[in-house]
Design a protein around this ligand. Sequence first.
Ligand code: AFP
Length: 342
Amino acid sequence: MPSISLTRHLIEEQRLGHVTPDLRLLLEVVARACKRISVAVGKGALGDVLGEAGGDEASINVQGEAQKKLDVISNEILLEANAWGGHLAACASEEMEHSQQIPDAFPRGNYLLVFDPLDGSSNIDINASVGTIFSVLRCPEGVTAAEDHHFLQPGSSQVAAGYCLYGPSTMLVLTIGHGTHAFTLDREQGSFVLTKAHMRIPEQTREFAINMSNQRHWEAPTQAYVDDLLAGKDGARGKDFNMRWVAAMVGDVHRILTRGGIFIYPWDRKDPSKPGKLRLMYEANPMAMLVEQAGGAATTGRERILDIAPTSLHQRVPVFLGSKDEVDTATRYHLQHDSAAA
Ligand code: AFP
């Protein structure tokens, strides 16, 4: 069976009218950047890429989080690749306060790219999985100088979404709205090869992913839902559950796309001003598109993530995503709580 490269897959999708030449070439540029990030991540302690950025003075990003060297390196790789890529009007990143237009001197296109250049970067120094998450939107008609507010489109407007998982193997998982497909990096050839077409998430699951250390800070319906998972076959759910937590969204989502499960990062009162930890534009939205395209579901516990009208580039949302029936059950706990409280 001849292997199908990412390039061939995207050309076949273009022939089917599922992707424009410009978007195809943009996705190839992003994939090449992810290959370079994979090389940098793979160097580990041999590559002077570990630890905090900024030397003696900790470098704090717009999220108020200490930046890792690889956060900065990965961001630079994606910016540089797309400056000359020729298919972007502007890009935005977890690591940058504002979006960045493609300078006039560079070739420009009609798409907006928003990304988390290195998701799960607290895993870097312990050699655990990390990843890059990206989302592609159309630049609004007639806009020649895209600004932050042009990115504020609901997740249902995404034309493509994907992640690259830097784990034991490097895998690119991508959707352009016609299924979710996985490609594995063939390091000898230097190309991504299709290894799983049309990923499907089982509708039911016995596996959940959540950071249990925050339990005392969750709101009542989240507590009730997780308590019932923990009660197992002796409780309301009548079956036992297992738990996993990678602490890198890309790793947890990839497991769910591979074998099912539910991933939860709920609202908690540790910082009541924040409606959740995960960011809508470059974590929740792209992952929600990938999961829905694989037959799963993604909500805030109350509403479909892809329907949210964004209000700011770095806004945060609660996230419940994965096996459709389980996400529906978790969402029902929250909606029933609200209607009882009303
Ligand atoms: P970092 O990029 O700061 O490691 O955060 C990763 C993340 O945004 C997401 O990828 C994980 O699912 C989640 O945070 C892990 O959060 P905890 O540190 O609370 O486990």
